[in-house]
Design a protein around this ligand. Sequence first.
Ligand SMILES: *Cc1c(COP(=O)(O)O)cnc(C)c1O
Length: 365
Amino acid sequence: MAESSVQQFSIEKTDSPVAKADREKLLEDPGFGNLFTDHMTMIRWSEGQGWHDARVQKREAIQMDPASSVLHYAQEIFEGMKAYRLEDGSTALFRPEENAKRFQASARRMAMPELPVNMFMESIEKLVDIDRDWIPSIEGGSLYLRPFMFASEVFLGVRPAKQYLYLVIASPAGAYFKKGSSAVTIWVSEDYSRAAPGGTGAAKCGGNYAASLVAQAEAIKQDCDQVVFLDAAEHKWVEELGGMNLFFVMDDGRLITPPLTGTILPGITRESIMTLAREEGLTVSEELYSIDQWEADAKSGALRETFACGTAAVVTSVGTVKSSGGSFTIGSGGPGQLTEKLRSRLVDIQRGIAPDNHSWVKRLF
Ligand SMILES: *Cc1c(COP(=O)(O)O)cnc(C)c1O
């Protein structure tokens, strides 16, 4: 089958890279999502030819016909991952095969072709290799990688497209939230849902983010950092933030996280935290947790901490929860102890400081 044929990547270096002195200046304070490296990876797919024309080339604008079907029907998926420096100076990725598999799962849900895992891996590794000088060496710095794919066929009919473009771009990043370990305030969205049963909540697609933005804007207007979504059917069960999964640390040694029922994104950080928490002797329970229970448990003390997690910000404590009906505080309202412990256990494994018993860290060079 064309889909699984081995693809040779052609590699063409840019002849106008950012000058070393300019790059180093930029890397002192990269922020998040504003700054990009010199190159990008690109692979095309078409019905008949399958995956072809794999290349690493200079980063440049892509030409799009106004009738490209992604612009009309939003067949688009993406991933988010980081390349970073280890203590010993080598460069690594964290569980990249999981991103590759999730990218395939997202593609299936959106009726798009699946990129073979080995091609995904190669597309990432080749880009990190050619742009290795863009990995920030500042504390907490990383090269954020953004693989994505969209329907590029020029056609306005409503059906899965017959042509797609897969790209990887890279963006040097500092710490995601300004201060690494302070607690965030989150807003409970009562009017908007992120994902419904049978919908696309478990796929990492741009459409989910588009649907979440008005709720996120409402959260900001309410002086909150992030929005938390409830389930679409009953508006009762806590699901996740716009781009992070949630955990609840209970007084009795349980760690609760909402189950993957199809409306929640299966986070790789979520799964890693569950594994580490079990190793810490906690009972990890994937169970429905209601907004009313959350408030009652915070008030009674049965709930000690709440945290959100995802690749970009890793692990972040939730201090205060606000809604139209009022607000409640979790624990002291600051970063939780167990949250900080799990966060540093994960970060220490990622950075090569603690032993990597699960072979999660993939060293590149
Ligand atoms: C990407 C994402 C997450 C976190 O997933 P990680 O694999 O941990 O980065 C959580 N929720 C949503 C909606 C996401 O898009």
